[in-house]
Design a protein around this ligand. Sequence first.
Ligand SMILES: [Zn+2]
Length: 225
Amino acid sequence: MEKLNRILLPADKEAILSIPVSWSGGQDSLRWHFEKMRVFTVKSGYCLALNDRIQGSVSNLSKSHNWWNLLWSLVLPPKVKIFIWRACLNVVPSLENLYHRKIAAAPSCTRCASHVESTSHALFGCKAARRVWTASHCSGFLALVRRLPVMDALQFLASHLSLDDFGLTCMVAWAIWEDRNALLNCGTTKEPEMVIAKATTLVDEFKGSKCALCPQVSPTAVNGP
Ligand SMILES: [Zn+2]
């Protein structure tokens, strides 16, 4: 008993102590729970592992569907939701993506010139984006999400913010991307407070418009454009 206390968790000890002891004095032996004959085979182990993997995939798919449903339910202009959807799938024209397609000459971020401009860098990691988030309602979460892939970062924020605040978060991400585009295309950029003010105004305007009551359109394929 002392040995059991020392090497086992309480729940495991309980389970072991509940096993009836053989009256005939038979020897202990290993049994495989998942086969009628209680004998382990590689085929049986393989099937069990495969089954676990399939169940895991179904679970992930279900979570994924919940995530997209949440995204499409936000009261935001369709163009913003589509941008967030594309950012989550990493199919926006970041310089890294354009470089891989041999469209851009280099993947370096134009705004900070010190990192590859991945989608997550453009929206969260770049110092220009961080200045905006630091001035926003999400400032307390920035350190936690700035190095995450976009989908992970947004899912984290969605689970820690109200629906309205998360909608504003998506709009701020879109406004950061718009500001990034303005710098690349026109050489202009806004102060962080102006980026947030623009996002807040657009959310309020959309909520006050008839469009907010229209059925929201979502892409038919949720796994890629
Ligand atoms: Zn940068």
